[in-house]
Design a protein around this ligand. Structure first.
Ligand SMILES: C[S@@+](CC[C@H](N)C(=O)[O-])C[C@H]1O[C@@H](n2cnc3c(N)ncnc32)[C@H](O)[C@@H]1O
Length: 204
């Protein structure tokens, strides 16, 4: 793998958009919609958190708005979780497959809108994660609804990483008040220096 097109984070190879395989997917599919055009830094911070706080092996895990699936690949490969990566954009499916392939691990992809997930479906997952998914105001209520349904259905933990955009704070404040959530600030120094927030909601 050519180094300038790939970087390494917590044992996972991550492709840059300049990689010829990424360019091929772009030609075969369409341009990514809804910002799924790279691995965002919130994912890198969430991967760092999960490396220090891994779920138990075989944990049934859902990543919502997975984009290129770096968090899912880390969970499957380093934590032996059973992972479903979900995104509204079919382009993400091709990128999740590519990252699974270069990292020699299996991640299931679900092409779906996370705002349509019902309670029984959410209840299949013990851990639900998402990175940089709170970027539009109209997503605030559906994300709160998804979190509430997942907790009612018995999901054990939800983790949402974000740069700290206004919709994230609306969701975070609601979850602190109503679900006893915590907001963690986390900084990583490699592969780049960046600080993000992680909303952690535990089902108690
Ligand atoms: C800013 S990107 C973040 C991608 C990835 N989580 C990361 O951190 O690299 C937002 C992702 O959410 C997806 N997305 C947006 N709205 C969605 C929805 N309603 N249901 C499922 N995925 C959605 C987009 O297609 C995109 O891949």
């Amino acid at each position: 793998m050519r180094k300038e097109h790939v970087y390494y984070h917590h044992g996972i190879n991550i492709l840059r958009s300049s990689d010829p395989r990424v360019r091929r997917v772009r030609r075969q599919q369409h341009e990514p919609r809804a910002h799924g055009n790279k691995v965002w830094r919130s994912s890198l911070v969430l991967m760092d958190y999960l490396s220090d706080n891994p779920p138990r092996p075989k944990t049934q895990t859902l990543e919502v708005g997975c984009g290129w699936g770096a968090v899912s690949v880390l969970l499957a490969k380093q934590c032996q979780a059973s992972v479903t990566a979900l995104d509204i954009d079919s382009f993400a499916g091709a990128m999740v497959a590519l990252h699974g392939q270069i990292n020699h691990c299996k991640v299931n992809f679900l092409h779906r809108d996370f705002t349509t997930l019902d309670q029984p479906t959410l209840g299949n997952f013990q851990l639900i994660v998402g990175a940089d998914i709170c970027f539009w105001d109209h997503l605030v209520d559906p994300i709160i609804q998804m979190i509430s349904s997942a907790l009612s259905a018995g999901s054990q933990r939800l983790l949402i990483a974000d740069p700290g955009r206004p919709p994230f704070w609306l969701i975070a404040d609601h979850c602190v008040e109503n679900f006893g959530a915590e907001i963690l600030s986390r900084t990583i120094y490699t592969p780049c220096k960046t600080q993000k927030y992680i909303l952690r909601i535990d089902n108690s």
